[in-house]
Design a protein around this ligand. Sequence first.
Ligand code: ZN
Length: 345
Amino acid sequence: MFFRRTGEKAVLKAEVVHPGRRRFLALGCACCAAAALPAIPASAAPAGVQRHLDLARQAASSDLGTYLRLGNTALTPPAAPQINLAPLINQPVPPPGQAFDNLYFVGARWVSAWVIRTSAGLILIDALNNNEEAERVIDAGMRRLGLDPSEIKIVVVTHGHGDHYGGIGHIKRVASPKVIMSDADWTMMATKLEFDAPEWGRPPQRDVSVADGERIVLGDTSIEVLETPGHTLGTLSLLFTVRQGRQEHRALLWGGTAFNFGAQPDRLRRLRGYIDATARVRDIARQQKVDVFISNHAGYDEAIGKLATKQSANTNPFVIGTETTMRALTVMNECAQATMEAWKA
Ligand SMILES: [Zn+2]
């Protein structure tokens, strides 16, 4: 399908590349709940659970411990995450930064927002918790980086939890973007929110839906959309090319990481979806030589520290390599399998 705005050079196009593939299931935010917990102990679980935790620990090695924390969920009974948002939202705002020539971080400390610069305007990925935060963090951060928020043509909301859509009202006040989400999460937001909080802005009205295999195209930039259910039914992860000088890298932004759906009756189905999605995308990462793996929570990808390091480093710390990207997906996959074993019992 095609979205074209007449009178503008910008073209927003989404074409079906793999029309046969659809979502698998659902999964739930507290994206960062796991990131606040200590790493899993060496052996504290039944054998079936422990086997997967051991494989996760092996894959995490010494550099992917942020993802290994997902395994903590396997050590507790399924339950709704307990999150106190105010202290998370009120943390000092980290400096915005440029990860690549065409990719910018304009996030908060707890939850991230990214901007992709194209030849026909800007694509914002996620809108933070509320309008005040979107103005104070995204808008101000973009201006510091020399980006004009009124040039945002598209907002991709990775999933239907308020820490990712809550600031959309401010973005719509300063620009006139299309808002893109999965059909499943549009439906969830229009019917019954999985999570809500007084700190979160209201969900946007349904706008553009994309499905697995479709592409979002703006100017010279094409984003391949992957549905990676689990965290929510319709979590979107995004594949795109980032540039640094003459070098190009393939980036994967994972759209929903934590297993915060323990209170949902379909939690085992959601885990199954997450396990399948991480395994499938690990294959895609190998095929496409994905060497940049980023998140919508800096507690996982350590984006804030990497931006600080990048100032003085000769190499870009966001380029972790394909093997490390695949290991990260293996850690996530094995932690999900461990949690499945634990919750089945
Ligand atoms: Zn979430």
